[in-house]
Ligand binder design. Structure first.
Ligand SMILES: C[S@@+](CC[C@H](N)C(=O)[O-])C[C@H]1O[C@@H](n2cnc3c(N)ncnc32)[C@H](O)[C@@H]1O
Length: 148
């Protein structure tokens, strides 16, 4: 699977446990300081199935092959993407047919100043994925995209 905008690995480490030794988690993180911290923690904890990729999702290129991952997850990082269209296309490219893209972002508003606008989030994602399912709860925007 791939964790897009992995930060310090808050979700990538538990994901590495879930997928087990046979699986791989790509932690995609363009901020070198954060990416290096994930690598350091993985080394310290003996986590061998985490691959840290220092790049923005829009520029993954050959780092992850087309159709390689079953789950693409993006937690609180969507509003950071420079080019959301390219980001979504890349997420689609790396996902297997039948795979899942799960995007959860912070909803901009009273509670959080930064984050995504609800309508824009839905619009941008729906253009690429008309069958996307959306939900909003506890300040988060969630899109679930099951690939045919
Ligand atoms: C709010 S943090 C969330 C980190 C982690 N997912 C979590 O929930 O703890 C957003 C992360 O997205 C990363 N990011 C920014 N632009 C990105 C891009 N174009 N592609 C991938 N990640 C990006 C940032 O460097 C940052 O680490």
């Amino acid at each position: 699977m791939a964790d897009i905008g992995a930060g310090y690995g808050f979700f990538a480490f538990p994901a590495a446990e879930v997928v087990g030794e046979e699986g791989i988690v790509y932690a995609v993180e363009p901020n070198p300081r954060r990416a290096e911290e994930i690598s350091k923690r993985a080394e310290e904890r003996g986590v061998k199935n985490l691959r840290v990729l220092i790049a923005p999702v829009e520029e993954l290129g050959e780092m992850i092959s087309s159709g390689e991952v079953e789950l693409v997850m993006s937690m609180s990082s969507f509003h950071h993407f420079e080019d959301t269209r390219r980001a979504l296309l890349e997420m689609k490219r790396i996902a297997k047919p039948g795979g899942l893209i799960y995007i959860r972002d912070i909803k901009a508003g009273r509670l959080f100043k930064h984050g995504s606008d609800s309508e824009e989030f839905r619009n941008v994602i729906s253009v690429q994925f008309p069958a996307a399912e959306f939900e909003e709860s506890s300040g988060y925007l969630v899109a679930r995209i099951r690939l045919g």
